[in-house]
Design a protein around this ligand. Structure first.
Ligand code: FAD
Length: 281
């Protein structure tokens, strides 16, 4: 590879092909993609990393890896909120999709060894946490409690419902789901996800937490977990800022002194807590 090619490589999307499309909610789909014929698979992503996904002819956006399948298949769960995500949402099996990455610093799973674990997700924030839960189930430790707390605005907006059902059957893991506002069909818990923290039965000082969701939810969740007794440095959050290059060149994802693409998206809470108190940053 020439020097020019190797410099350009991280910016050049690799052609993948969608092999499966699963609808999660009215505006969210999970796409499974594999390298197109004759194309080398990208490096296997670590939990918490993201790709830049492009719908050709429309544009490119950061999307977390929500799972890794056989034969280099990768899963991304996309919520349609604008032009790019709507174009990705419209892809069907057989369509081409551009993929760059994986990028960013993922979840530090080593820190969870021998500890109780709380996984706290709000809405589409469950997507980058799904590989964490799969990892915790695969690397099950006896005497360790894993508590998954999931919140959604409404029951119709809950993604990964079949996973949630399967995870609740897995040994050592308990799943609690709440919705902000319920319809008549919903018989589960109602209220914000932070309310679930008070019911936790974990050994707080020996617990790590992985948190992802809207920024306001993460701010309140971190505070609730600390109030419950978790150490701030044992709480990891995944932050989001719009980005263009994903390789620390364009500065779009600057967050105070940090670049989300280079320094994150996963951070220890102490790295973010002051920045999160600044409105509109
Ligand atoms: C590291 C990282 C991982 C991400 N992972 C996922 C994922 O797994 N699944 C997923 O659906 N989305 C994810 N996102 C968010 C996704 O990148 C944005 O929704 C997307 O860029 C929106 O582009 P658009 O052109 O469709 O809409 P735009 O027209 O750019 O935006 C539409 C609306 O969404 C708001 N918006 C745009 N980007 C964001 C953002 N990052 N956070 C909050 N609001 C935003 C805009 O203000 C606007 O109101 C991630 C973002 C980052 C930085």
């Amino acid at each position: 590879m020439s020097l020019r090619d190797s410099i350009a490589a991280p910016m050049v999307p690799v052609r993948y092909r969608v092999v499966e499309r699963r609808r999660e909610t009215h505006d969210t789909v999970t796409l499974t993609s594999v390298p197109d014929a004759g194309v080398d698979a990208l490096e296997e992503p670590r939990p918490g990393q993201f790709h830049m996904l492009s719908a050709f002819g429309v544009g490119e956006v950061p999307i977390s890896v929500s799972g890794v399948g056989p034969q280099g298949g990768i899963e991304h769960t996309v919520r349609a909120v604008g032009a790019n995500t709507e174009a990705l949402d419209a892809l069907s099996a057989g369509d081409a999709v551009g993929v760059r990455g994986p990028f960013g610093r993922g979840w530090h799973l080593d820190g969870a060894a021998g500890m109780d674990v709380v996984v706290l997700a709000g809405g589409i924030g469950l997507a980058p946490l799904r590989p964490v839960i799969q990892h915790l189930i695969e690397q099950r430790e006896e005497n360790r409690s894993v508590r998954l707390l999931v919140g959604a605005r409404r029951s119709e907006e809950l993604s990964f419902t079949s996973d949630l059902a399967a995870w609740s059957e897995a040994p050592g893991i308990e799943v609690a789901v709440t919705v902000d506002s319920a319809t008549r069909e919903w018989s589960g818990r109602v209220g914000v996800v932070t309310n679930l923290v008070e019911d936790l039965d974990v050994d707080a000082p020996r617990t790590v937490a992985f948190v992802c969701g809207p920024e306001v939810m993460m701010r309140f969740s971190a505070r609730a977990l600390i109030e419950f007794g978790l150490l701030p440095e044992k709480i990891q959050l995944s932050a989001e800022r719009n980005m263009k290059c994903a390789i620390a060149h364009c500065g779009h994802c600057q967050y105070g002194p940090l670049l989300i693409c280079r320094d994150g998206p996963v951070f220890d809470y102490p790295e973010l807590c002051e920045l999160m108190e600044v409105r509109e940053l």
